[in-house]
Design a binder for this molecule. Structure first.
Ligand code: NZQ
Ligand code: ZN
Length: 380
């Protein structure tokens, strides 16, 4: 087991009606908020009204920036930050899914340090300070509500990349599963895939961490148990709550402590599809994981089989991979590129961008041969 520091300063408020405490929590952070949200789902599921009411009741003035898109772009972040700087806001309040909260994390840093979003994302600027961030999560998937990570796209550099910094933890995150009841079946499935993928990125990372391995297995088991039930009953509060809590724990370092790192190769591959075709994040992962595991199994299959034994009573790597494919299929998530709407004449274009961005894992390094094999497999 590696040395590690366990640090997580986010105060997470979980359950029905928790947003009723948002106003008082925000008041302690200042008097003027930049409220960030996406394309409007929050206006329909009550989360926007509840949040604004809380802010107004506590005499916090509210400025809005909306229109953050799924697979968010750095130009929106810069525009929002300019507004926040000009209006001298005290805090950023994000209402939405991972795209909104990720954007808000970088907006909060850019307002405080008066820098551009891409300078932060690429490490050209080392963050010095941040405006406090309050998050209201409406989609269970990314874990962003309790981690210091953001993922953004830049159309000038043709990249979708992640950035992590300790100043990027939300100060408060409000998780009311009720708000997730309006998430349609496709994004519900992608969210479940994403939380499973985060567990897998930990599992296939470097270093031995026995308890963290057991957390990985428990989180995937939880998703396998309740995920299919939720897909048949999207309004079910308890199912929504279980998935929401599983998603938080899949990427708040619970599964990472004691490892050298996670792998993140499948995420890197997936970002290529999101960048090129705007494919939903979770869909890129259900497409790439089976292919990535098949390629890995050609070289070493021990970790795949160990996982398969625990989850599917599988005896071989192929049985394990088939187990994951069957699970993703049950959710209605794609397991081949064509199923996510990408025709096979795009293979060359996908490979070219993977090469340009050197898509690889931290632990399982991918060379051009690996990427070519994996690209073949996603169109198999
Ligand atoms: O834009 P609006 O109208 O809000 O609609 C969104 C969007 O169309 C909609 N939605 C959100 N909550 C809803 C809802 N629709 C109905 N009811 C609700 N309650 O769902 C769509 C997708 O939203 P998005 O925020 O893009 O989804 P998700 O939460 O999956 O976030 C994906 C982004 O997070 C990044 C991904 O790369 C991707 O850009 N990730 C962030 C991570 C992190 N910060 O730790 C790690 C992840 O691996 C991931 O890379
Ligand atoms: Zn992810």
């Amino acid at each position: 087991m590696e040395n590690f520091i366990a640090y997580n300063p986010t105060r997470l408020h979980f359950g029905k009606g928790v947003v009723n405490d948002l106003g008082i929590a925000a008041k302690a952070l200042g008097n003027k908020a930049l409220l960030v949200y996406g394309k409007g789902s929050v206006l329909r599921n009550g989360s926007y009204d509840d949040t604004v009411r809380q802010l107004q009741e506590n005499n916090i003035s509210v400025l809005e920036f909306n229109g953050i898109k799924p697979n968010p772009v750095v130009t929106d972040v810069d525009e929002a930050a300019r507004l926040g700087i000009a209006e001298k806001v005290d805090m950023v309040v994000a209402v939405g899914g991972g795209s909104v909260i990720d954007s808000a994390k970088i907006i909060a840093l850019c307002i405080a340090d008066e820098v551009s979003g891409w300078d932060v994302m690429t490490g050209r600027h080392t963050p010095v300070s941040s405006k406090p961030l309050v998050a209201v999560l409406t989609l269970a998937a990314t874990g962003t509500e309790m981690n210091p990570v953001a993922v953004l796209q830049n159309h000038d550099t043709e990249q979708k990349i992640g950035f992590r910094h300790k100043l990027m933890f939300p100060v408060h995150s409000f998780l009311d599963p009720t708000y997730t009841q309006s998430v349609p079946s496709d994004y519900t499935a992608y969210g479940i895939v994403d939380l499973v993928a985060h567990s897998l990125e930990a599992w296939f990372g470097a270093g031995q961490a026995s308890l963290s391995d057991k957390f990985v297995i428990s989180i995937i088991r939880e998703a396998m148990e309740v995920g299919p039930e939720l897909m048949n009953d999207l309004d079910n509060y308890d199912h929504r709550a279980r998935i929401m809590w599983a998603a938080t724990n899949a990427l708040n370092d619970t599964t990472m402590h004691g490892r050298v790192s996670g792998d993140w190769g499948v995420h890197a591959l997936g970002h290529t599809l999101s960048y090129l075709y705007d494919t939903a994040h979770g869909a890129t992962l259900s497409v790439f994981y089976p292919a990535w595991m098949r390629r890995l199994a050609e070289k070493q299959s021990e970790r795949i089989v160990m996982l398969g034994k625990a989850l599917f009573n599988a005896m071989t790597a192929e049985e394990t991979i088939a187990g994951f494919e069957a699970f993703f299929n049950t959710l209605g998530a794609p397991v081949r590129a064509q199923e996510s709407g990408i025709p096979d004449d795009k293979k060359k274009e996908i490979l070219a961008l993977m090469k340009k961005n050197r898509a690889s894992g931290i632990h399982v390094r991918l060379d051009e041969d690996d990427r070519k094999k994996i690209a073949d497999l996603i169109f198999d």
